[in-house]
Design a protein around this ligand. Structure first.
Ligand SMILES: Cc1cc2nc3c(=O)[nH]c(=O)nc-3n(C[C@H](O)[C@H](O)[C@H](O)COP(=O)(O)O)c2cc1C
Length: 363
């Protein structure tokens, strides 16, 4: 697959994460852009993620001491420099010739943990060999359970620190934008860690398909735990009762997410689902959130509403498509710097202090 060469330097007019969107769009075929930036059906859930964040305002506190301010946190026993994590996104070689290896380098430059997708286009071992930051491996439990265990054990052997079990996509969402653009995987782009495995039921047949019949259920979490010593983080939780079930099943963390609006379209914004889940979890395991994070101030809001950390999906891929590792690093650097600025201007010295920030809601 031939892409125009990525930028070698970042143009000075690129000042925010969203500025990368236009740069990425120029470099990608229209159908690939539809895959990357689209959501499911009418894209209500995707838009809701942004709209929810935009409606929340912060009442800053003045004249507070800021000596020793920092964004550090400890998550699942690992100390992190800041709370912005690279969300798992598929097929990075479709966006840049160096694919996930470039993303991992960008992550390293900004001390950002990275979640590697099941549908990565480099082997999980090669990504681990390139990485200098904590890696988590995103897993879909496959109809072939033996294959799933082998994949989880490969991740463990390669040094991944956690498994992110994505539970909100037993089948692909209704991706109308992709369909209209005629998207299909370009030649040479392949989920190399999944060779020989069928990922999703066909879009035109849902019930009765053997893949859906063997989709994972709650018992599979205990089963997976019995085959790995890695902590399991459940991704895609929107209902507080599912957060409870996840903890009972032994999950070590929860990601509140609507999959960036790419699965079921009639769900709430991840941010709207967050408070009830935080209340239910009551500090027993970390609660992370993704969907619509485009500014460091968005991360601030999510943390103020109870998230321990956030993940960022599309913007990282925009940076990758525009300028490879440099673009990924710049996107993350912008988010980090904006988070620090927001904290300084709102009078919060630490992430814990963000939790006590006063929020108001714009009508
Ligand atoms: C192009 C693309 C591919 C994705 N692939 C995966 C994936 O392989 N596994 C997964 O768990 N989530 C996947 N997601 C969802 C992201 O992990 C994340 O939940 C979402 O992108 C967050 O929303 P944001 O893009 O607004 O930051 C994907 C999202 C996008 C945009």
């Amino acid at each position: 697959m031939q892409l125009p060469p990525p930028l070698e330097t970042i143009p000075p007019e690129i000042a925010s994460v969203e500025d990368y969107e236009a740069l990425a769009r120029e470099r990608l075929p229209a159908s690939v852009w539809a895959y990357l930036n689209g959501g499911s059906a009418d894209e209500l859930a995707m838009r809701a993620n942004r709209e929810a964040l935009l409606r929340i305002k912060v009442l800053p506190r003045l004249l507070r001491p800021m000596q020793g301010a920092h964004t550090r946190l400890t998550l699942l026993g690992t100390e992190l420099a800041h709370p912005v994590i690279i969300a798992p996104t598929a097929f990075h070689r479709m966006f840049h010739p160096e694919g996930e290896l470039a993303t991992a380098l960008g992550a390293a430059a900004t001390e950002s943990p990275m979640v590697v997708s099941t549908s990565a286009t480099h082997t999980l071992e090669d990504i681990a060999a390139t990485s200098r930051t904590p890696l988590w491996f995103q897993l879909y439990i496959q109809p072939d359970r033996e294959f799933t265990i082998a994949l989880a054990q490969r991740a463990e052997a390669a040094g991944y620190k956690a498994l992110v079990l994505t539970a909100d996509a037993p089948l692909n969402g209704l991706r109308n934008r992709e369909q209209r653009a005629g998207f299909s995987l370009p030649p040479g782009i392949e989920a190399v860690n999944m060779k020989g495995v069928r990922a999703f039921p066909p879009a035109d047949r849902v019930f009765g398909s053997d893949l859906l019949d063997r989709a994972p259920v709650w018992e599979d979490i205990a089963w997976l735990r019995s085959h790995t010593s890695l902590p399991i983080i459940l991704k895609g939780v929107l209902h507080p009762e599912d957060a409870e079930l996840a903890i009972q099943a032994g999950a070590s963390g929860i990601i509140v997410s609507n999959h960036g609006g790419r699965t079921l379209d009639i769900v709430p914004a991840a941010l709207h689902a967050l408070p009830a889940i935080v209340k239910k979890v009551a500090g027993r395991v970390p609660v992370l959130m993704d969907g619509g994070i485009r500014r460091g101030s968005d991360a601030f809001i999510a943390i103020a509403m109870g998230a321990d950390a956030v993940l960022c999906g599309r913007p990282v891929v925009h940076g990758l498509a525009a300028a490879g590792a440099v673009g990924v690093a710049h996107v993350l650097k912008l988010l980090r710097t904006e988070l620090e600025m927001t904290m300084a201007l709102a009078g919060c010295r630490t992430l814990a202090e963000i939790r006590n920030a006063s929020l108001t809601f714009a009508p």
